[in-house]
Write a protein that binds this ligand. Structure first.
Ligand code: NAI
Ligand code: MG
Length: 358
């Protein structure tokens, strides 16, 4: 019997609890099939925590997360809390939890499922074989730099500053190289080194670290060119590593290659194997409580957790294979169904995927 691992489960609002319940089915199933052992501890987060505890990120939720080996998050937010003050908004909890847990990178895989190639706006032959991962720096750069207004010759001026230090770049670049080593051993480092000083430091740092990973093929790509190449030759990318703002934009672009937000998993990582795993989508208030949500993004987030935090490659592979098998057999939730009248509910989809794990 494997050592028992602890997963903190923070389901959040809207469809969060619905999709997380299906992911928990998958966790149970992998215990049965592979002999792994997990305990799950649930905690309040987001809008529901505001309603019950008066804050989106209660102390006890934070301590449940800190004492766990990994965190599974559903989604937070909804119109009920949209007009609240900043401290009483669910999204403030998201920023808070990333900061408190020291999560400095965001990993977003974009994988094309062959049978869903039609869901994308790109030609199937362009998408063929696409399986990439965007590694985005999450705590530095222009989003966190000093911001201010001042009077200038041309009237009011607004200033945003972009700051990166060597240590911040090193830790994420090491992580990206290590991820590439476990995949197809290709790393594209994206910057704007022809213009930006932070990008020049970024590129120098990448070049200094690269000899430690001789088995990984490195290319430097300018961000504007990367935006083009993602549409022209997506299948040629394996791991893409980049700074915060470029990563924000490129990860959304890469997501749209796949055509469906209900299919996209993500991980946020710090030092070591600890990680927070969540679907890319939000709380989808428009369909919440109706059993319509696609649970696959959250289920694939569990596969990512197994791979990146626990090193349970066999179970991660089995989950991804089960998802592909169920889709190949023609099963769809409404968001990815051509014939909506035949669409499965959230729980039906979860049950089929669980049963397909062997
Ligand atoms: P959203 O991702 O919740 O929904 C966008 C559209 O995609 C909606 O039509 C929704 O029904 C659909 N959709 C999303 N996930 C789906 C799924 N699993 N299955 C089927 N359809 C799905 O984004 P939106 O509407 O902009 O935001 C709604 C709320 O979620 C807001 O309060 C927002 O702040 C919050 N949000 C939270 C995030 C998080 O918790 N990490 C991320 C993004 C938004
Ligand atoms: Mg974004």
């Amino acid at each position: 019997m494997a050592e028992t691992k602890k997963i903190a489960v923070i389901a959040g609002d809207g469809i969060g609890p619905e999709v997380v319940a299906e992911a928990e089915k998958i966790i149970k199933r992998t215990e049965e099939v592979f002999g792994y052992s997990f305990t799950t501890e649930h905690a309040l987060f987001g809008g529901i925590a505001i309603d019950e505890k008066g804050t989106p990120l209660p102390e006890e939720t934070l301590s449940v997360c800190k004492s766990a080996d990994a965190v599974l998050l559903g989604a937070v937010g909804g119109p009920k809390w949209d007009n609240n003050s900043k401290e009483l908004r669910p999204e403030t909890g998201l920023l808070g939890i990333r900061k408190e847990l020291g999560l400095f990178s965001n990993l977003r895989p974009a994988v094309i499922f062959d049978c869903l190639k039609d869901a994308s706006t790109l030609k199937p032959e362009v998408l063929e074989g696409t399986d990439l991962m965007v590694v985005r720096e999450l705590t530095g750069g222009i989003y966190f730099g000093e911001k201010f207004r001042r009077e200038g010759a041309g009237g009011e001026e607004a200033v945003d500053t972009c700051v990166y230090n060597t240590a911040e770049i090193e830790r994420i670049v090491h992580q990206a190289f290590e991820i590439a080593q476990k995949r197809r051993k290709k790393l594209a480092s994206v910057d704007k080194a022809n213009v930006l000083e932070t990008s020049r430091l970024w590129r120098e740092t990448v070049n200094r670290i690269a000899p430690e990973y001789p088995d990984v093929e490195l290319e430097h790509v300018l961000v504007d060119n990367c935006a083009m190449q993602l549409l022209r030759r997506p299948s040629s990318f394996d791991v893409i590593v980049t700074e915060n703002m470029f990563g924000d934009i490129l990860s959304d672009e890469a997501a749209m290659l796949t055509g469906s937000i209900g299919m996209l998993a993500s991980a946020s990582m710090g030092e070591g194997a600890f990680g927070l795993y969540e679907p890319v989508h939000g709380s989808a208030p428009d369909i919440a409580g109706q059993g319509l949500a696609n649970p696959i993004a959250t289920i694939l987030s569990v596969a990512l957790m197994y791979r990146l935090t626990f090193g349970y490659e066999d179970a991660a592979d089995a989950i991804e294979r089960a998802v592909a098998e169920v889709l190949d057999a023609g099963h769809r939730t409404a968001d990815i169904a051509v014939d909506k009248s035949k669409a499965l509910s959230t729980t039906e989809m979860g049950d089929l995927i669980a049963a397909a794990i062997r």
